[in-house]
Design a protein around this ligand. Structure first.
Ligand code: ADP
Length: 165
């Protein structure tokens, strides 16, 4: 039996913290599907297509990963992918409450699907996509926070702000 895990999220944009979770979970599971969620409740900076492209580029070196996007209920998507596990990263206590709720409801919807939590690497515990966007907006260096392709994409997205100065 192939152990397939799905790592869902907004990835707006992917950070080195996400990549660390992807790399580590790829050592635990036979295959990791990184799935970008079409989230209608959040206004994203990058389109789903842009987020998928950045993830594909930055995970190309990990052979047992696949990048995809999905709409609707996570549990339905997990079944569609023949996966049995959801991977989530935990940074701080503040992540815990939401993650516990999500894991509980997903277990209720399908008791055969397990949520697998991975603690962040300490060096990324402060890192989030929102912080990266905030910092990049002011042209600060995000070099150690995101892969090179994301750094370039952020510069392009925010170049109009610089031009307006
Ligand atoms: P969501 O909108 O689902 O919170 P994110 O893209 O922000 O999407 O995060 C996806 C997953 O990655 C979540 O489980 C989140 O806790 C985890 N994650 C985000 N940043 C980090 C990090 N720096 N270290 C470890 N896990 C992280």
């Amino acid at each position: 039996m192939t152990a397939i895990a799905v790592y869902p999220g907004s990835f707006d944009p992917v950070t080195n913290g996400h990549l660390d979770i992807i790399e580590r979970s790829a050592k635990v599971f036979d295959k990791v599907v990184v799935a970008v969620l079409h989230n209608r409740n959040k206004v994203p900076l990058f389109s789903v297509e842009e987020r998928v492209a950045m993830l594909k580029e930055s995970t190309a070196y990990i052979s047992n990963t696949e990048v995809d996007s999905f709409n609707g209920l996570l549990i339905d998507y997990i079944r569609e992918k023949n996966a049995r596990t959801i991977v989530r990263g935990l940074r701080a206590v503040s992540d815990f409450e939401y993650e516990m709720q999500a894991a509980s409801i997903n277990r209720k919807l399908d008791p055969d699907i397990e949520t697998f939590f991975m603690m962040t690497n300490n060096q990324y515990s402060y890192l989030s996509s929102s912080i990266v966007k905030e910092v990049a907006k002011y042209e600060a260096n995000v070099q150690d926070l995101v892969p090179a392709s994301v750094q370039k994409a952020l510069r392009q997205k925010y170049s109009h702000l610089t031009d307006e100065k």
